[in-house]
Structure formats: structure tokens, C-alpha cells
Design a protein around this ligand. Structure first.
Ligand code: ASP
Length: 742
């Protein structure tokens, strides 16, 4: 495996804050105080353990992990030349890890939720009651789920950026980079026909890595705890501590008999991973060193204050309100019918998760006055740029340029909100637009298509539509969401107007009638009907008498335009952001690590509590007694009676936490995580599995923008609780034996 180099030292925001404060003090000519402050900060810096960072694996040799508590050779975690722990960690929507040589995987209940919902019916309600496959033959296909293993990665920045020419417009630049990325991936796949290749932007506009993956396509459910364990506390407890959720699920990966990745087939056999994680049933204790491997989705720590302002004032509040509205609608629709409720469960869970996360972030932004802090930092940066004419020439336009882009995004937000959410939230419109786009895109050569319609991805795109129709489409809900979005069309200002929608709801039209007519005259909920559309030509599509399809065709130019505008904006943003990173690094005398981008990362910390508020200290472990305390008998606190009885009888057995003299359920630790780290293995100093990460505390929802040892804590389920549930509640001794738990 080739190892890209980032050449970095340490990654801390303390220095910048220090600099800003020092400058302020100097400004007010309080030099003595400034010197004092520097010495205090220097003292602090040497005492504070810099835990921040979602580190690309190429960097771990530079982290001195052994000094921080790791007791194995870091090369056992990642070494291109040997079978390291890296190969035990998979991307399964979020993260999972292999825990047996027979392809057994552990991830979160909430990660597997959609697959469990898809497999459930009111008669066989696995979501509610849980599921255990007593034999391999009983394992259920986890519809649409794949497990991706990172095989290798290398720096391809030079190749990617070689296509950028001076005179290019922003959109030409973006298009050239996009094209080069696809070419590199195609060449890598040609050379490695059993692998998938993807180029990830590490620093947009600046550095790009080519990743090779193995994608396993036959994933099956093995054990799912009942909802009252796997989702104990539901949305009330989500994003907060203390937590008592048994948020884990077991799945198994299968491959064809020749060992190659293959779609589900009865002939398939369990996958044998190169490595898997050994479980330590003794768990961890307060103060222990732990690290996580996983696929964190997105962080935005290198973006400017103008981006934070846009998120804080425009996008996040609007999305949170919109999701809240949809959740209420779906809950209302679900009342009285388990069948209908099952259709909505995964959607509600996803919406609620994001909504609460955004509310947490907004509260965090306010609490930290983060925007003002960021603006202050930038003032110092501006002064640094202005102080040197050469710097001014290269970087002078970076911050104003970024500000202009985010202002424009703010102005266009109402219109884009309607277009984007029509497509995201209305299943029938989404189906129609996917067909229209596919039919147009598939006229182009493969490398010029939008990636969803490239040959290698098209089967999955089609499969996803079928899966959504079968598992989560409910017509009355779809219709109500559609109507709500249409209502917004006339409220758009003149320069934001979406003509095709305005016509639908113009004066004199009855909105209910219009909407009903479209829904009565469409067949885009029929898989067979859709199947017949994929291979049509654009002109043929126009002949089809289907109201939703006609609407999608009419709106297609708008979406096309929006995509072109997004591309041009991305080209411009990337170019400015790359320069921003350069000048910030120069200003701070530091090298940064890239923001999270769904590629494999490592983060480390300790099992430790925290002080979220004045005079409140949160301990790092919860226990089964806490479950009893929270239990009301009503969802989401409706603990299975058998579990309550086990606690009452103190049947703790070999998985007891010796310090607490009971079963510990969840734990807190000071790692740096975000969405996508769900299901990440929590690994001890010896490289053994001691828990499964699933969440963050309320204060840590702001991690995507900024991390602090003071308030950022991740939350995981203690492996001892997992094992105890498997043994005592599920009676899954066979699985324990498979994991090597004697
Ligand atoms: N709950 C998150 C996830 O689903 C994990 C996190 O955001 O901390 O990936």
C-alpha cells in the first residue's frame, strides 16, 4: 500500500485562540498582560493532551500513540505491508467491524435499522421484538446493505490538479477535476477488477487520495435486539448522556464460493476477513486509553466564518423546522396501524436524528459564541494577510470571495430548498426525477455522466428505488409533503420564482385538486412501470402519459441549471478554500489534517466523564440499575420484563463490571467523532474490542465545527452489556462461542 504524506505536527485550535487574544491585548497596549497570557497558555499547552483529530491512517506513526497509552505496535493498526486492524473495519452505511473469522460483523442497531425495518411485517415484527438466527440458514438478507473494506490508498493530488489550467472558469475547473477523478478511478478498477476505486477530496481543491475498496454485497442480519433494548430511550435520550441504549446489531458478510464479492445467493459462503477484532470481555475502566477506527462523514473545521453564519442563520434552522414538520406528519399518519407505522419508522428516525443534532449544534454555537470567535480569528488572519503586500496579492481576495459565495447561497436558499426537498422528501417525485435524469444522462459517454448513472452504479440506483417503494413509501404521506412544498412556491420572490410550480398553484387553481390529480395520474409507485422506463430515449419519455413524470420533465431544466450552478460554485469554493487552508497554516505555523470525508480515520482518547454545566459532573459509565430507574413500561422506556428480572436477581455472571459490581451499559470517552462513526469499534490499548460507539453528548453535537476536550465526549455501548444481552436475554451462546467468548 502506498502511503500518502501529510507532513503534520500537531493539530490544535488553542494556538489560534492564543494568538487572537494576544493580538487583542497588544492592540490595547497591554503588553505585560499579553506576556503573562502567553506563559499561561504555554503551560496549558504542555499539560493538555491534544486529543482532537480524526486522523488518516497514514499519520498514525507520527502520533506517538504509545506515549499516550497504546500498548501495541501502531503498525498493528495500520501497516501497508501486513495484516493490520484496518482490514477489520468496514463501512456499512456508517461503521462496523468484523468480530469472527466467519464474517460476523458488529455495528449499531440504529445503523442496521433500515434493513431490519425492510425485513419486518406486522406478523414478523423484527424491529419491535428483535431477531436471532439460530442457524446460518435463518440469517436474513439486509436489503441494500453493503460492507466496504479499505484495501489501500495513495496520494493522486498531482495527477488530479494537473488538469487545472489558469484561464479556466470555475465550472470548467470543477468539470476537469471531476473528469480526471473518474478517469483515475476507472483506470484503478481496470487494474483491479475485483475492487472499487474512489478518489476522495482530502482538502478540496488541494489534495486528493485514491482509495481501493472491496465491496461485499451479501450482508445478512444475525442478531437484532428488541427495540426496547436497541433503541431504549429513543429520541428523548438521543444525543444526550446518561444513556442506557443497547445500540448494537450483529450481521454477517457473505461472498461467492470463490471468495469474490457477490449479490445475495443461497450458494454464497461466509466471508473470511483478513483480520478481525478479538473481544475483551473484561471491558475497560475509567482512565483507560481507547481508540476508534471508523468512517466519519463530514466535518467543517477548515471553513470560514461566513460558512458558519450561513449554517447558523439560514440552513440548519430551516432544515430542523422542515424535518420537525415531516416527523409530526408521519407520526400522525402512523397512528392506529402498525403496517403504516413500519413504513415510517426508519424515515422518522433519520429525520429526528438530524433535527435534534442541528438543534444541539445551534445551541452549541450560541453557547460558545462560536461565530463571533471565528470572526475574531479571521480578523487576525486578515491583519496578517494585509501586513505583507505579497500575501495580500495571493490571499487578499480569499475571505471576501468566500463571503460572497455564502451570501449568494443565502439569497438562493428559498428556491433551492423547494427544489431539493421536492426531490429528497417526495418519493414519487424522486422516482420520476431519477428516471428523467437517468434517461438523459445515459445518452452520454460513461465518464461524463452523473455518478449515480455510470454503469458501475446504475444497478444500485435502480435497486434503491425499488427498496424505497417497498419499505417506506406511503401515498398519503407523500401527497401531504408534496402539497406542503407546493404551498411554498407562491411565497418565493420574483427572482426566485420556479415558473413550472407557480403555474400549478397559480390563482384560481385549487391546490388540493391539483395535487390529487397528479397523484391519481401517476404510476411511479409501481416497480414494473418504472422498470420499463429506464431504457427509453428522452423523446419517448415525453410521450408517456403520467402526471408526475410530466412534472419532472418540465422541471428537469431547473434541476440541470441548479446542478451546473452548484458545480461552478464548487469549483470556485474549492479554489478559495485551498488557499484559505494554505494561509491559515502559514499564519498558525501548523499543518492541518483534513476534515472528515467518509474515509477511514483513527481517533483516540480516554474513558472519562465531563462537566457539561456548572456543578454537574457526568460519570463515564451507566449501569443496568439506570435502565430500571428509567423504565416506565411505555415506549421508549419499555424494558423487556425478562431483562428487569435479570437485574432484580442480580444475574450478572462473568460480564460484571468489577469496579461497579453490576453490568455497565454505556460509556463516555474523549475521542473526536461525528456522524458515520456510529458502529465504530472502541478498541483498548491492546487492540481488543471493548465497546461500540454510537453517539455523542449534547455539547459534542458541535464537533462538526469545533472539538474541545472540555465538552466533547463520544458515547458507546460497553461490550460487557452486549455480551450479557446475547447470553442472558437472547440465549445466543453459539454466537458468543463464535466470537471466542468461552
Ligand atoms: N449517531 C452518529 C451516527 O449515526 C454518531 C455521531 O454522530 O456521533 O453516525
Amino acid at each position: 500500500m502506498e502511503t500518502p504524506r501529510l507532513d503534520l505536527k500537531c493539530f490544535s485550535r488553542i494556538i489560534l485562540k492564543q494568538e487572537v487574544l494576544v493580538r487583542k491585548l497588544i492592540n490595547i497596549k497591554n503588553i505585560i498582560s499579553a506576556l503573562l497570557l502567553v506563559s499561561i497558555f504555554c503551560g496549558l499547552c504542555s499539560a493538555v493532551q491534544a486529543d482532537e483529530g480524526m486522523w488518516p491512517l497514514s499519520e498514525i506513526q507520527k502520533l506517538n500513540l504509545q506515549e499516550k497509552g497504546l500498548r501495541i505496535d501502531p503498525a498493528l493498526i495500520y501497516d501497508p505491508a501486513r495484516q493490520s486492524l484496518l482490514y477489520a473495519v468496514v463501512e456499512v452505511g456508517a461503521t462496523g467491524s468484523f468480530i469472527s473469522e466467519e464474517g460476523l460483523l458488529i455495528t449499531n442497531h440504529h445503523v442496521a435499522f433500515g434493513s431490519v425495518q425492510a425485513a419486518s411485517t406486522p406478523e414478523k415484527d423484527y424491529l419491535k421484538h428483535g431477531f436471532l438466527a439460530r442457524t446460518r440458514a435463518e440469517e436474513i438478507p439486509a436489503a441494500g446493505r453493503t460492507a466496504r473494506i479499505t484495501e489501500s490508498f495513495k496520494d493522486v493530488s498531482t495527477e488530479v490538479l494537473s488538469v487545472v489550467k489558469k484561464k479556466m472558469s470555475s465550472s470548467e475547473r470543477a468539470r476537469a477535476i471531476e473528469r480526471k477523478i473518474k478517469e483515475l478511478a476507472a483506470a484503478a478498477e481496470k487494474a483491479n477488477p475485483d475492487k472499487r476505486a474512489e478518489v476522495a477530496e482530502m482538502f478540496p481543491g488541494k489534495s486528493y487520495w485514491l482509495f481501493l475498496y472491496t465491496d461485499l454485497k451479501d450482508i445478512r442480519l444475525v442478531y437484532v435486539p428488541p427495540l426496547s433494548v436497541g433503541n431504549f430511550g429513543g429520541e428523548d435520550d438521543n444525543w444526550v448522556w446518561p444513556r442506557h441504549t443497547g445500540d448494537f446489531t450483529l450481521m454477517r458478510a457473505y461472498v461467492a464460493p470463490d471468495g469474490q464479492p457477490a449479490e445475495y445467493s443461497l450458494d454464497n459462503v461466509p466471508f473470511h476477513p483478513k483480520t478481525y477484532l478479538k473481544i475483551n470481555p473484561a471491558g475497560v475502566k475509567e482512565g483507560d486509553f481507547v481508540f476508534l477506527l471508523g468512517y466519519p462523514g463530514r466535518t467543517y473545521r477548515h471553513l470560514p466564518a461566513s460558512y458558519i453564519a450561513y449554517e447558523q442563520n439560514v440552513r440548519m434552522p430551516a432544515v430542523a423546522d422542515w424535518y420537525e414538520w415531516q416527523i409530526r406528519l408521519m407520526e400522525e399518519m402512523s397512528r392506529g396501524s402498525r403496517e403504516v407505522a413500519l413504513k415510517h419508522e426508519a424515515r422518522i428516525k433519520g429525520l429526528a436524528n438530524t433535527m435534534k443534532n442541528y438543534r444541539g449544534k445551534l445551541a452549541g454555537l450560541k453557547r460558545l459564541e462560536y461565530l463571533a470567535q471565528k470572526q475574531q480569528e479571521e480578523e487576525a488572519l486578515r491583519a496578517f494577510i494585509q501586513a505583507d503586500p505579497k500575501r495580500q496579492a495571493v490571499y487578499g481576495q480569499v475571505l471576501p470571495g468566500l463571503e460572497k459565495i455564502y451570501k449568494e447561497m443565502e439569497l438562493n436558499y428559498p428556491r433551492n430548498f423547494v427544489l431539493e426537498n421536492l426531490r429528497r422528501s417526495v418519493v414519487l417525485f424522486q422516482n420520476a426525477m431519477t428516471v428523467v435524469e437517468a434517461v438523459h444522462e445515459r445518452q452520454k459517454p460513461d465518464l461524463e455522466r452523473n455518478i449515480a448513472y455510470m454503469d458501475k452504479n446504475f444497478a444500485r440506483t435502480k435497486q434503491r428505488i425499488g427498496l424505497t417503494i417497498r419499505s417506506s413509501f406511503y401515498l398519503p404521506t407523500d401527497l401531504a409533503i408534496f402539497k406542503e412544498l407546493l404551498k411554498k412556491a407562491p411565497t418565493l420572490s420574483d427572482n426566485q420564482r420556479i415558473e413550472e410550480l407557480s403555474q400549478l398553484v397559480s390563482d384560481g387553481c385549487n391546490l388540493d385538486e391539483t395535487v390529487n390529480k397528479i397523484f391519481e395520474n401517476t404510476r411511479l409507485q409501481e416497480e414494473e412501470f418504472i422498470k420499463n422506463l429506464w431504457d427509453r430515449k428522452p423523446a419517448e419519455l415525453k410521450q408517456i402519459d403520467d402526471a408526475m413524470l410530466k412534472l419532472a420533465l418540465a422541471l428537469y431544466p431547473q434541476y440541470f441549471k441548479m446542478e451546473e450552478a452548484n458545480r461552478a460554485r464548487k469549483g470556485h469554493l474549492d479554489e478559495l478554500q485551498a488557499r484559505l487552508v494554505n494561509i491559515r497554516q502559514e499564519f498558525m505555523g501548523q499543518q492541518f489534517i483534513p476534515d472528515a470525508n467518509s474515509t477511514l480515520r483513527l481517533t483516540y482518547g480516554r474513558v472519562e466523564g465531563y462537566e457539561p454545566r456548572d456543578a454537574v459532573f457526568c460519570k463515564p459509565f451507566t449501569t443496568v440499575e439506570g435502565i430500571v430507574e428509567k423504565t416506565t413500561g411505555c415506549e421508549p422506556y419499555d424494558t423487556p420484563p425478562a431483562l428487569l428480572e435479570l437485574v432484580r436477581q442480580k444475574k450478572f455472571g462473568r460480564f460484571i463490571n468489577p469496579e461497579l459490581k453490576t453490568i455497565s451499559v454505556c460509556m463516555l470517552y474523549s475521542t473526536d467523532t461525528t456522524g458515520g462513526n456510529s458502529g465504530s469499534p472502541i478498541i483498548n490499548a491492546e487492540g481488543e474490542l471493548v465497546g461500540v460507539n454510537f453517539d455523542r453528548t449534547w455539547e459534542a453535537t458541535i464537533n462538526d465545527f469545533t472539538w474541545s476536550h472540555d465538552f466533547s465526549r463520544s458515547i458507546g455501548v460497553d461490550i460487557r452489556y452486549v455480551l450479557w444481552i446475547l447470553q442472558e436475554l437472547a440465549g445466543a451462546g453459539g454466537l458468543l462461542a463464535e466470537m471466542g467468548i468461552k
